[in-house]
Design a protein around this ligand. Sequence first.
Ligand code: BGC
Length: 738
Amino acid sequence: MDIEKVIENLSIEEKIRLLVGAGFSTKVPGAAGETRAIERLNIPSIVLSDGPAGVRIHPVRFKDATTYYATAFPNEVVLSSTWNTALVELVGRAIGEEAREYGVDVMLSPGLNMYRVPLCGRNFEYFSEDPLLAGELAAAYVRGVQSVGVGATLKHFVANEQETNRRMVDVVVSERALREIYLRAFEIAIERSRPWAVMGAYNKLYGKYCVQNEWLLTKILRGDLKFDGLIMTDWFAGDNPVEQIKAGTDLIMPGDDSTVQALLEAYRRGELDGRTIDARARKVLELISKTPKYKGYTPSNRPNLDEHAKIAYEAAVEGAVLLKNDNALPIAPDRRVAIFGRGSYLTIKGGLGSGDTHPRYAISIVDGLRERGVKLYEELDRIYRETILLKWIGVDVLSWFKHSRENAMKEGNIHGISWILTDFIESIMAHQAGVFIPENFLGDWIIEKAARESDVALITISRVSSEGFDRKPTKGDFYLRDDEYELIAKVSDIFHRHGKKVIVILNVPGPIEIVSWRDLVDAILVIWTPGQEAGRVAADIILGRATPSGKLPLTWPCDLYEIPAMRTFPGEPRDNPQRVVYEEGIYIGYRYYDTFAVEPAYEFGYGLSYTTFEYGDLSVAREGDSIVVKLKVRNSGRYPGKEAVQIYIRAPRGRIEKPFQELKGFHKTKLLNPGEEEEIAIKIPLKYLASFSGTKWIIEQGTYEIRVGASSRDIRLATTITIESDICFNTDWSTTHC
Ligand code: BGC
């Protein structure tokens, strides 16, 4: 596309139409938005779709026999627990392929906000409490999506760390924390993957809506972060479209005609100048010109769902984190397993909201175990199925509902409100919310009988979280309900009396309180919200067909209220927060725990394996603008496995206050067989050592400790490197005098 020529040929009204979306997509039902076409000049309308866990479109269409199911990949919290950039890139690629084959041009993912508090309702759509881990994994995801010619969007820029009053809450954070933590994740992702788009967040920053904040969008994002793609708003964000365009937003989403009109009038009144409109239209045209739609690609509507299911499985296996294992796992294949807990049957595949997906299937934990040939304790299984109405008067309600709905849609006998209702019910069914039953409904006799007649107990605890709401600091969400606690306590007591082990699976979008009950059980495996392959993943890890290698991308707290950010979350006034102050500054996650010597339940970077690894031969050298850390890792145990190696750097005591240590590099090994070794070289840009002070970045002179660990508190090797004199940079990383 000769963009300059197109701009010359466009009328002012046409240019403005380019800056305003055309509403929710009609070309691809269920997709979140599309742009406006200018047919006269062969500018097509492109389609944008959510969301991090896969392509979110309607799986069935009115009077259409084709189905449009999309793979439910693991949520981002699972992807980050893999610490595996290559694998996340593969996931991104598969998502990109599905998008392309379904006629989607730009994905509205990945999410890149930080885990400030475990209660943020969308943490499952974000990666980490650490900006390096988050930024690197987001970059991998983006590279994957964009490798097949589909765009990716980093969202939500910036400081959108809560759902409570997300559309108006004003975030106040020190500039140092903003730059070192919240912007840093975006900066790394932009630098390492050149995303096609960034989405401005709903919230305000320093009193101004992010999407109307010129300092943020133009000075920081365009200037300091050197972003050259398209800036769009979040859906219906902000309150003034003219301010949005002036501040640096290129595309207002989802858009409507009155917004076009408002911009046109502002132009006529002289409030919006022609050069600004041209600059924004240029970005929209640049985006359109890169898309499959513009390039004439014909979507097949037949993505390779089988192939992508394998990738979803791989990522979910690698993202599972083993928190505790007192000789309980793996279990031998001939063991009989007694399965407890509603979540074993109604397993949660992912979080809700725009990050939801509509896959062909989602395998529950119990079905996964059965499929892998595990012997179940059938009497208990029957009681659960009957009690939770999965089989109701002999009919499997879930599959009956799905099929009858699909047929109704194909025949076209479903209208208006029932369309919306069906979609809603489908979403509930997809998540298998089922009916509520308390976990302590079982009589002691059946637990006793199960303990006698089976070999091991497995209990699943599930939680679901959703866009639009924060999680609750109450029983049933962050804390166990009394009936859940009772189930764990009773099953553990009875099984232990019979000399049998108890395994707990956590099917959760983020941490729950664990300290009060973890000593009761023998093993705890976190599968998070792992996508459609949930049950297969759990089964293979339990059976030792896969060795867990996931590590926590966040600190697992002992209790919520030890987290400093909880003092101000979700802002003031508490019942309707207008303003939230990030008082903790840079002390988010492990930066707080390590600096102030607070003991978490499980530390950042923690995760057990069935095998063991030996670290050795550490060396570090300065190479130009980087530090290169080399070491060897050997599988010294009995199972094949992978290891997520972490490099933390501890700064010398200087003028600027620093956290105890910070993650500056990481590497996931390949699958190492027992005895096998991998040589690792990790390059750390020198600028990662800098802290923001006043108006510039400073690397203070002195001796830095390079700490190589299996977690943030399991440091295996250490050495030092000395920086001879202070090094300073401007906000755009050009060097300057100190
Ligand atoms: C969400 C975005 C999403 C958009 C479109 C908004 O409510 O915050 O993440 O991409 O809707 O569905």
